[in-house]
Design a protein around this ligand. Structure first.
Ligand SMILES: N[C@@H](CCC(=O)N[C@@H](CS)C(=O)NCC(=O)O)C(=O)O
Length: 210
């Protein structure tokens, strides 16, 4: 498997965690987002949105981190990323979507660049924007994890919600968001980060990390 990757990409970080949890070996090909390498024509031919991650496997290119994680889970069922019951699956997918659909898309690099170039935002304004949407999402997630969580976001085993939470928490720390309002999320993140699959996927452990 070839993972089109970037050490600091939280969406790629999700897939690194997923691959590690499944015990799958992969080769990482880095696309430096600061150099706009994700827009290279050769990469666009594989991944038309020009975003990382993408996973090349068996002659196909899978894109969109959540779709890749669900494909991994369906293809390699153990350990599972989702609970067995429909209610549990809906709860975990809802947690994951708070991040994947409601926080990350408005905080992505291209959005930050557009705020600067098209709307004249300075660095402090961009950081305030990032923090605002992470705060809204984490407020909701804290309540969801209080209801359904245990050692991890849902129950006592790591799953899809944790795979998305840990990279988003990394972004929160990167943008200096005070995370003390979310003690349950913080506890889950600490527990997850202690697991080898999560630790090995961390941005600072990637070869290209500066
Ligand atoms: N929804 C996509 C988001 C992918 C995405 O936005 N990746 C970011 C890095 S975290 C990226 O490649 N950004 C480059 C850009 O905005 O030009 C997914 O989950 O895979």
């Amino acid at each position: 498997m070839i993972l089109h990757d970037y050490w600091r990409s939280s969406a790629a970080y999700r897939v690194r965690i997923g691959l590690n949890l499944k015990g799958l070996a992969y080769t990482s090909v880095s696309h430096d987002l600061t150099m706009n390498e994700q827009r290279d024509p050769a990469y666009l031919a594989k991944a038309p949105q020009g975003l990382v991650p993408a996973l090349e496997v068996g002659g196909r290119v899978l894109v969109q981190s959540v779709a890749i994680l669900e494909w991994l889970d369906e293809t390699y069922p153990n350990p599972p990323f989702l609970p067995v019951d429909a209610d549990g699956r809906a709860a975990v997918r809802a947690m994951a979507l708070v991040i994947a659909a409601d926080i990350h898309p408005v905080n992505n690099l291209r959005i930050a660049n557009a705020l600067r170039s098209d709307f004249g935002a300075d660095g402090a304004t961009v950081v305030a924007w990032m923090q605002r949407w992470m705060t809204a999402g984490f407020d909701a997630l804290e309540a969801m994890v209080a209801r359904d969580g245990g050692d991890f976001s849902y129950g006592d085993a790591p799953g899809l919600a944790d795979i998305l939470l840990v990279p988003q928490w990394y972004n929160a720390e990167r943008y200096r968001l005070d995370t003390t309002p979310w003690p349950r999320l913080a506890a889950v993140v600490d527990r997850a980060r202690a697991l080898p699959a999560f630790a090995a996927a961390a941005p600072e452990r990637q070869r290209e990390a500066d």
